[in-house]
Design a protein around this ligand. Structure first.
Ligand SMILES: Cc1ncc(COP(=O)(O)O)c(C=O)c1O
Length: 376
């Protein structure tokens, strides 16, 4: 029987994730599987927690990877922190803010939203007014909105939430490892991420961190966490303490991958990693502008790792993406929701953020657009 894996070839991943994987991470993934309670594995787990604290800039004890993708990280934060009837404020300017709203509503929270045009940031002044009107158990926002390429002003929103009794919940799926995520300085109470963006590891794990305030809210719940798999009060017993108790079988090899990916980042140095993302972003913008293409987002709020570029007029955008993939083995992302057909999303996440990749994409775009192949 034909083995489909033989048909796999490397694709230059320049979409909204997953990103390119460094060779060291691939090698880590294929190391021998050992038991999830093996003493060496416990040591690796402890190192992962420590490395995550560094990249998340936090001293939080509860800083662990959840088994599951970024959405499992989102779900972990919401199912542990929300009790039915809780007042929750969600700031929405893209797909992932909407997903938060859906999740919080399913959990029986009383959800208020402030919505902003896709491609523009959350307006801090409006958040201020809303927080003056009402007290919330939780205020939630996406740091890097992958659907639009907008960086939301989480640090400014933090100053407002700090003055209230609310817990501050931040989605750092796309930002972590690409721009600074200052969990403690911003007094974030619950933050989650994913491995497949700027951490440059395959999809499958969701690092999270909880402040003491957030842990307290979780442990003092009046109702049980409505999701057995993501109940942190039980997961903690596997990730903390001298005797580790089985909760679910940890995805051992994925955790090797995350461990190695975090080592790659710390070896390069956080500032160097952030500078590389920034420099690549500027190079990409210049290259696109030279080709007559404009960016969607105001430069002040542009994310370096997710670049939303307006599709030139008269171009069959899906055909261009297909040709890039089939003829040049480059993946870029389509627009979502109201931006479908209007933008491409070009990712420069983690290991993908290299000058050579930008030049490769530019040449490929010249081939498929300027030669008129993709014009409809
Ligand atoms: C900002 C943001 N939040 C949440 C998610 C959900 O992550 P996943 O698709 O890994 O479940 C994504 C995925 O792209 C994302 O970009």
């Amino acid at each position: 029987m034909k083995n489909l894996l033989d048909s796999l070839h490397e694709v230059l991943l320049m979409g909204p994730g997953p990103s390119c994987i460094p060779e060291a991470v691939y090698q880590a993934l294929s190391r021998p599987t050992i038991g999830h309670l093996d003493p060496l594995f416990i040591e690796i787990m402890d190192e992962i927690k420590q490395l995550l604290r560094q990249v998340m800039q936090t001293g939080n004890r509860l800083t662990i990877p959840i088994s599951g993708t970024g959405s499992a990280g989102m779900e972990t934060c919401f199912v542990n922190l929300i009790e039915p009837g809780d007042e929750v404020l969600i700031l929405i300017n893209g797909v992932f803010g909407k997903r938060m709203q859906d999740l919080a509503t399913r959990l029986g929270a009383r959800v208020d939203t402030l919505e902003f045009e896709w491609g523009t940031p959350v307006v801090v002044e409006q958040v201020k007014k809303q927080l003056e009107k009402k007290d919330y158990a939780i205020v939630a926002v996406v740091h890097a909105e992958t659907s639009t390429g907008v960086r939301n002003p989480v640090e400014k929103i933090a100053e407002l939430v700090e003055d209230s009794a609310s817990l501050y919940l931040v989605d750092a799926v796309t930002s972590l490892g690409g721009i600074p995520v200052e969990t403690d300085a911003w007094q974030v109470d619950a933050l989650y991420s994913g491995t497949q963006k700027c951490l440059s590891c395959p999809p499958g794990l969701a690092p999270i961190t909880f402040s003491e305030r957030a842990i307290e809210k979780t442990l003092k719940r009046k109702t049980k966490v409505p999701n057995w798999y993501l109940d942190l009060s039980m997961i903690i017993n596997y990730w903390e303490g001298n005797t580790r108790a089985y909760h679910h079988t940890a995805p051992v090899n994925m955790l090797y991958g995350l461990y190695q990916a975090l080592l790659c980042i710390t070896d390069e140095g956080f500032e160097n990693v952030f500078d590389r993302h920034r420099a690549c972003h500027l190079e990409l913008v210049k290259s696109l502008e030279q080709r007559g293409m404009d960016m969607l987002v105001d430069p002040e709020y542009q994310l370096p790792m997710l670049n939303a570029v307006k599709i030139p007029q008269g171009v069959d955008e899906a055909l261009i993406r297909r040709r890039l993939l089939e003829e040049h083995r480059i993946e870029i992302g389509a627009g979502l929701g109201p931006l479908a057909g209007k933008i491409w999303r070009i990712g420069l996440m983690g290991h993908t953020a290299r000058s050579a990749n930008i030049r490769h994409l530019a040449e490929a775009l010249d081939d498929v657009i300027l030669k008129g192949l993709g014009t409809g």
